[in-house]
Design a protein around this ligand. Structure first.
Ligand code: THU
Length: 129
């Protein structure tokens, strides 16, 4: 599958965001870029902690930045990891995505390539209040 120009830009920004990851424990530098329904882009990276469970993923970093800036409708998110491993978003990040955009397009990439999917596929039976 080919990415359109916007998705390519999103992925490029996710890759750039990974540079500022703080990942001294896992060694996996993850970057993310989320596109709002009105066209703004927010980026984030994973930030780890010596108390491991306090780590925040790249996706939630980007989403929380966007929400704090007043945006709650998203159309796509790109995630990049500087590894051969597949890095689909973790369960916690899927749930946070579902809070705002149940139909979100999700692009996740590593050193070898990318996959395109959506949140309905990644998180069926979404929990909402
Ligand atoms: N990580 C993310 O940034 N996003 C995910 O969806 C999965 C995991 C980070 C957390 C941790 O810093 C490292 O990847 C290894 O789990």
């Amino acid at each position: 599958m080919n990415l359109d120009n916007t998705d390519q830009k999103l992925l490029a920004l996710a890759k750039e965001a990974a540079i500022n990851a703080y990942a001294p424990y896992s060694g996996y530098r993850v970057g993310s870029a989320i596109l709002t329904a009105s066209g703004e882009i927010f980026t984030g990276a994973n930030v780890e902690n010596a108390s491991y469970s306090l780590t925040i993923c790249a996706e939630r970093s980007a989403i929380f930045k966007a929400v704090n800036a007043g945006y709650k409708d998203f159309s796509a998110i790109a995630i990049y990891v500087d590894s051969d491993r597949d890095f689909p978003p973790c369960g916690a990040c899927r749930q946070v995505m579902a809070e705002f955009s149940p139909d979100l397009k999700v692009i996740y990439a590593n050193l070898n390539g990318f996959q395109v999917t959506d949140l309905k596929t990644l998180l069926p039976g979404q929990f909402k209040l």
